[in-house]
Design a protein. Structure first.
Length: 120
């Protein structure tokens, strides 16, 4: 019985090393060299200004409909869609038909406009 227990402990130990070894080998990261590449972790683009046109303003619900160009930081093609705004005061400075530039981010799974400026 004693030999059986020793055998089971040895078997458990060897299995844990067999499965943990490859995982531990992959955990070696050089954070100073992170970026986009074949063997590197992908990085999310920083939010930048996107061109758009105001189609609808819903101040009461804090939403705005924008026909926009590509949103590069979210890898989104041009389209018209409704966005939540971070601050309802952003909606006080726009009206339907305005050409704008805006910043949108993902926040808790929702796309949220954080800045709206007149188009340049």
């Amino acid at each position: 019985m004693r030999n059986f227990n020793a055998l089971m402990v040895a078997l458990a130990a060897s299995l844990s090393f067999a499965f943990a070894g490859p995982a531990l080998a992959q955990m070696n990261m050089d954070h100073g060299k992170m970026g986009v590449g074949k063997d590197k972790m992908p990085m999310v683009a920083a939010p930048g200004m996107t061109d758009g046109e105001i189609r609808k303003v819903d101040k009461e619900n804090g939403k705005v409909t924008i026909k926009h160009s590509e949103i590069k930081n979210l890898d989104m093609p041009p389209m018209s869609m409704v966005f939540n705004v971070k601050d309802k005061a952003l909606l006080d400075k726009v009206q339907v038909g305005d050409k704008i530039q805006f910043v949108v981010i993902m926040d808790a799974g929702k796309m949220v406009v954080t800045d709206i400026q007149p188009a340049k």
